[in-house]
Design a protein. Structure first.
Length: 396
């Protein structure tokens, strides 16, 4: 049996972020993940480091969070991110008024933009379609999720956290309305508090404690194609829709994504038509996609919260939520974006520390992750069993 202050259930970006934040405040933490770190949503994302421009029109608060957090990650995350920059492009079928409105919304929330003519945009990115009407530049980037998770977990460990991949939690022990312990397949861990950071599986984890967290998971497909020469993230300037993002890697691009509601984050049917749609939509922005070889196809499930209005699919909030429960000593985090994982972890850690009587402030925004050496970082990816399809061509 182990005794600790806090058990964190879930080893995606948010879970390891919580473990790091709490450990840096002097809290004793054990993190349990049923598989390798980042094996859920985190490692199966498109890896876009959002500037906030995508959300500026419909969700200004979320956009402002993205631009702040993307700047933090550029400062602290080393080889786990690339500062590629990004373009929002207007194609002939896209509403010019929406283009102008998005630029104005970006300025309102502090996302810097630079408007480019069609010729200037193609000079910046020669692979862009010949019918691009105009574009604007934003500070998007690329996240390598496996590296980010491994670096965050290593920082947590350096500050005293016990990080346990491949340690599935089988039960949450509730005694007289209070969480007192968790049980894994190997042992019982007694704790003063438990954090449910299970992502799309948060509802199932909450059920172990007899509480309900209504999730609204959606699946999305990512298609990697053998296209080089694209240096910036390319976004279609229209309301968020299927296939409107092209994320560059060294010698390929990742096309994404769809948003289809699913009932089960593990059992869902994939659709070849969705793959074809990604290729078609990607080729509209980057024509070389049409004739390129598909080198990988993978699916991820977003941990969206149903909320009071029961929103589903693209109608569900992309913001994050921190939940208290009828049982004491349990906190759940849902929703959010990979770009804002550190902020999510800070909000969770603030709530937990208030209950534990810990007054140390958050320091994670100012402390660099151990991510400056790619070779050492990739060794950590292997140690934490954190490799995932989102960056398999980069890591190692």
């Amino acid at each position: 049996m182990t005794e600790t202050d806090v058990v964190v259930i879930g080893g995606g970006a948010t879970g390891v972020g919580v473990a790091r934040d709490l450990a840096m405040r002097g809290v004793d933490v054990v993190l349990c993940e049923r598989g390798g770190l980042g094996a859920g949503t985190t490692g199966r994302s498109h890896g876009l480091l959002h500037s906030g421009a995508r959300y500026a029109t419909a969700d200004p608060e979320g956009a402002a969070e993205c631009i702040r957090e993307s700047r933090v990650l550029r400062d602290i995350a080393g080889e786990a991110v690339e500062r590629t920059g990004g373009l929002f492009v207007q194609l002939p079928d896209d509403d010019p008024a929406a283009f102008d409105a998005r630029i104005e919304a970006c300025r309102d929330v502090g996302v810097p933009t630079e408007t480019l003519s069609a010729d200037a945009a193609r000079e910046t990115e020669p692979e862009l379609a010949s019918d691009v009407r105009r574009a604007f530049r934003v500070p998007d980037g690329v996240i390598y999720p496996s590296r980010l998770v491994a670096a965050t977990a290593e920082s947590a460990r350096q500050h005293g956290a016990d990080v346990r991949p491949n340690a599935p939690v089988t039960d949450i022990v509730v005694t007289e309305g209070t969480v007192t312990a968790v049980e894994t397949d190997a042992e019982r861990i007694e704790a003063d508090h438990v954090v449910n950071a299970g992502g799309a599986w948060a509802g199932r984890i909450a059920e172990l404690a007899g509480v309900e967290v209504p999730m609204a998971p959606t699946m999305g497909v990512m298609v990697a194609v053998d296209v080089g020469g694209v240096d910036s993230v390319v976004n279609r300037c229209r309301p968020p829709d299927d296939g409107d993002i092209v994320v560059p890697h060294v010698d390929r691009v990742v096309l994404g994504t769809t948003s289809t509601p699913v009932e089960d984050p593990e059992e869902f049917s994939t659709d070849e038509a969705a793959v074809e749609a990604m290729l078609s939509e990607g080729a509209a922005m980057v024509p070389a996609v049409a004739d390129a070889d598909v080198v990988d196809v993978y699916w991820g499930v977003r941990p969206l919260y149903a909320g009071d209005d029961g929103g589903r699919g693209r109608d569900a909030s992309r913001g994050f939520q921190v939940h208290d429960h009828d049982v004491a000593r349990l906190t759940t985090v849902t929703g959010g974006k990979l770009t804002t994982y550190r902020l999510m972890a800070e909000a969770v850690s603030d709530a937990v520390c208030e209950r534990l009587g810990v007054t140390e402030p958050c320091r994670t925004a100012d402390a660099e992750l151990p991510a400056g050496d790619a070779e050492k970082l990739d060794a950590l990816v292997e140690e934490f069993d954190a490799a995932g399809p989102a960056d398999t061509d980069i890591v190692g």
